[in-house]
Design a binder for this molecule. Sequence first.
Ligand code: SF4
Ligand code: MG
Length: 285
Amino acid sequence: MLDQGGKQMEHPLAKYLRPGTVPSTFCPGCGCGMVLNALLRAVDHLKLDPVDMVMVTGIGCSSWIPSPMFRCDTLHTTHGRAVAFATGVKLMMPGKRVLIVAGDGDLSGIGGNHLIHAAHRNIDIGVMMVNNRIYGMTGGQCSPTTPMDMFSTTTPYGNLDPPMTVSELLASAGANYVARWTTYHVRQLSRSMEELMEGEGFRFLEIISQCPTHFGKDARRSPVEVLDQYRDESVPFSETKEAYDGSLGAKLPVGVLADRKRHGYIRRLEAVEGKIREDAAEAGR
Ligand code: SF4
Ligand code: MG
């Protein structure tokens, strides 16, 4: 990056990147770079100290966003297990901000039950799911969010299954905060990440993102065309009347779907621990 005098200057967000991670491993036009940018802007705007953060990832292209790129403590875990690891980290270090970035296949497919029950228990972690509607890094297999009839490497005759609508599922499971944006909505995305980083209980942000390498190979469109589509198909939750079914071409409701202020798991656990200590003191133990 050059200043007005043509001198090399450091990007203001570069201080958050681990040395040697740029250029990244992302394909040209991938949404993961845009998500990384929004994430670093949110951290910078809140003036968070990365030392107070732990980022947990699963396996997949989006898991490379914090690990290795973001300069904080990161835990790069096994496929589908990011929520389980993050839960353990939060229970042992409740003072840390514990956040996950992972993909649709990792979180809603392989790790689906961990995800639903973390929302149900309102565990105090923030989860950013980069939903490119395909298993990207492992070769373009159909994921739970792949639209019906879509061709992929594992559905050569088209996907038989309707897609999961993960935000709607987690809002009904009990998550305190649920929002959905696309990579077209970069400012809203960053603001939602701030809410996710600051909140209590289980917070979930679904980020509809482009995978120009694997998604829709049979009718490939440029990343710009995909962003145009995100812009044209998005509609605020408040203006939608019909339930979203995840299909391509349907209006995509975006914004904040749930924003509750219930106590998170850690606070409830601490209350029980306090009672146990009181009981033990009363019993003279
Ligand atoms: Fe991005 Fe898809 Fe390439 Fe992975 S395979 S880096 S999701 S474009
Ligand atoms: Mg994916």
